[in-house]
Design a protein around this ligand. Structure first.
Ligand code: FES
Length: 81
């Protein structure tokens, strides 16, 4: 099982040993080229400022990245619109 945690004012933290991160190069089966994962769990940039995208390099903390999104309790059980 994989879990993606949205860190407050930070990256997406991806937890799970069975997670593969792939790019857009692929075929109709969505098989892209896999990134080498430096360590687990790993963090994906959400602020857009990382120089090692798609991974977080800590730039968000130096730039003061602020994000307001948070999950609404119970909303995960409703279908997406
Ligand atoms: S979220 Fe960390 S560098 Fe972008």
């Amino acid at each position: 099982m994989a879990t993606i945690k949205v860190r407050q004012n930070g990256p997406y933290l991806v937890e799970g040993d069975e997670v593969t991160l792939v790019d857009w190069n692929g075929n109709a089966d969505w098989n892209g080229n896999a990134y080498q994962i430096p360590k687990r769990p790993f963090a994906l940039c959400r602020c857009g400022g990382s120089t090692t995208k798609p991974f977080c390099d800590g730039t968000h903390s130096r730039t003061g990245f602020a994000a307001a999104e948070a999950a609404v309790p119970g909303s995960g059980e409703k279908p997406a619109q």
